[in-house]
Design a binder for this molecule. Structure first.
Ligand code: CMX
Length: 137
């Protein structure tokens, strides 16, 4: 069972302009900018209660976010649920018939391990599970 909505990912063409809107119009504060090489995105994070807004700008033409904007335009790209025991949760949903994008957890932004579920088997919503990475001792 997911514990809460960790973040909502929003695909934008211009991160700086979108950030300006969130800061100057909505009055929120961006607390982190991070490039996730693995996902070919640059991200900007805003905290809203327990949940974050993650703005996503593509860093390459073949980024999933570039493809998304080309096909569907800017807008809500994915919803991310915080889970415990990510690897087990992925296997569980797969056993229940969900098509996984990530068979195993991979590294995401903010020190999280992440795994995506395919929107074709989640009623059109690209769904992410995420879990804080354990710091190695
Ligand atoms: N939400 C809902 N549907 C989506 C979608 C999204 N974000 N992205 C693509 N789709 C739909 C498309 O509209 C298309 O539907 P139709 O077949 O009806 O036209 C279908 O899925 C296939 O889309 P596509 O454009 O051909 O794209 P791909 O199949 O190559 O890739 C996806 C789609 C979801 C598998 C790919 O984007 C992916 O692997 N995503 C996970 C990784 C990711 O998105 N990373 C960026 C964020 C990382 C982060 O937050 O750090």
């Amino acid at each position: 069972i997911p514990t809460h909505i960790e973040h909502i990912g929003i695909a934008v063409k211009d991160l700086e302009k979108a950030q300006q809107y969130y800061e100057e119009v909505l009055g929120m504060k961006c607390y982190a900018i991070e490039t996730v090489e693995d996902q070919k995105v640059k991200t900007a994070f805003f905290q809203v209660g327990q949940t974050k807004i993650e703005l996503l700008e593509a860093t390459a033409a073949d980024s999933p976010v570039a493809k998304f904007i080309e096909k569907r335009g800017e807008g809500i790209h994915h919803i991310a649920f915080a889970v415990k025991d990510l690897a087990i949760r992925l296997k569980e949903v797969e056993q229940k018939g969900v098509l996984l994008i990530d068979q195993e957890p991979r590294a995401g932004a903010e020190g999280m391990n992440i795994g995506f579920l395919h929107p074709k088997s989640t009623f059109g919503v690209l769904t992410e599970f995420c879990e804080k990475r354990e710091e190695s001792v």
